[in-house]
Design a protein around this ligand. Sequence first.
Ligand code: ADP
Length: 228
Amino acid sequence: MIEIRDVQKIYNGSSAGALSGVSLNIARGDFVFLVGPSGAGKSTLIKLIFREIDPTSGKVFFNGRDMAGLRESELLKVRRKIGMVFQDFRLLRQKTVFENVAFALEVLGESPRAIRARVSLALERVGLAGKENSFPSRLSGGEQQRVGIARAIVKDPLVILADEPTGNVDRENSRRLMELFEDINRSGTTVIIATHAWDLVNGMKKRVVALEKGLIVRDEERGTYSHE
Ligand code: ADP
């Protein structure tokens, strides 16, 4: 579903490549951890899949289509199929939990009735039923990230991209968030998570793609992440 073909990324003004010739295939329904030290290129890879940035060379395909060739309207359509989850949650502070999740559908022009139903379902799915009227600042880090995940899944995406989703969450809640991602994946959504959390990765027995200095150094089914 996602094919990255010989991608290089050199940021403007930097001499070294953030990615130096990376090829990777991710099939529909996969659960993939992107691991590796800080600066290895994990975020860059995620940004390329969302086409937040363009590769310096090489290609990124989404469902067989070259992302670089998409017109603006087509790109928006592809992005609707991608749910993003961020380390810092990126919730709107002045909006309630319900409104934060609803916003993702309002911008797609859904009817208020459909929005109500889908937001309720998404919040139930992430275990936040009853918190609809809370403001993010009143929630724990784990709960805030659940709102972030609800906002991502409410669009019914084909793929979830998460960049260090447990970076601001305590250990026990991080483990629960990973179980939630696993549950979402079980229903067919492809999940791609960039993370440093080796202990969580090792407990999950999923595909592990390890990056170092802009290169893939390991790609294993039911992999682990050693942390020395
Ligand atoms: P990771 O997510 O694995 O920590 P990144 O993809 O964020 O790695 O970064 C890979 C490399 O690219 C690093 O050397 C980083 O400093 C560099 N980099 C990332 N973003 C930018 C940017 N906007 N401008 C210049 N260099 C960047």
